[in-house]
Design a protein around this ligand. Structure first.
Ligand code: FE2
Length: 140
């Protein structure tokens, strides 16, 4: 059994809208982790995976919109990471249907690695850029 997925305030990047979405993403992940032992064929597990994928797509779009708003220097690079994640996730979901050796635990490991690490390592940089942009002294 994998460890509980808990949102912590230290994961905040300092942008309320994004932080709330990240927290919701973590909630979806934890829900999936709790339901997964019922098996991938379970309808609740299926709908939780769908909710998680839908919400991730929505959140990435919102995050990209925000990066554009603040002229984030690494917008392109960061958007690529989002694209890669969604592509890899789609591959995994396909494999889950066909490959018996591929289990819900693999899906969980992937999501934990990608989403949690992404928020902690990459999204935090958006927060820093935002902080710098809003705290820089306006001389004129
Ligand atoms: Fe991101």
């Amino acid at each position: 059994m994998s460890d509980q997925i808990v949102w912590k305030d230290e994961y905040k990047i300092g942008v309320a809208k994004i932080d709330n979405q990240h927290r919701k993403l973590f909630d979806y992940l934890e829900r999936l982790r709790l339901f997964l032992p019922r098996g991938l064929q379970n309808p609740v597990v299926g709908s939780t995976i769908k909710d998680l994928v839908d919400y991730t797509q929505f959140h990435f779009k919102e995050e990209e919109k925000f990066m554009r708003q603040i002229d984030f220097v690494d917008l392109e690079k960061h958007s690529e990471l989002h694209k890669d994640l969604l592509k890899e996730l789609a591959d995994i979901l396909r494999r889950l249907k066909r490959d018996d050796n591929y289990t819900g635990l693999d899906l969980m490991a992937f999501l934990r690695h990608w989403i949690v690490d992404h928020v902690i390592r990459e999204d935090v940089r958006i927060g820093k850029a935002y902080e710098e942009a809003t705290s820089s002294p306006t001389s004129s």
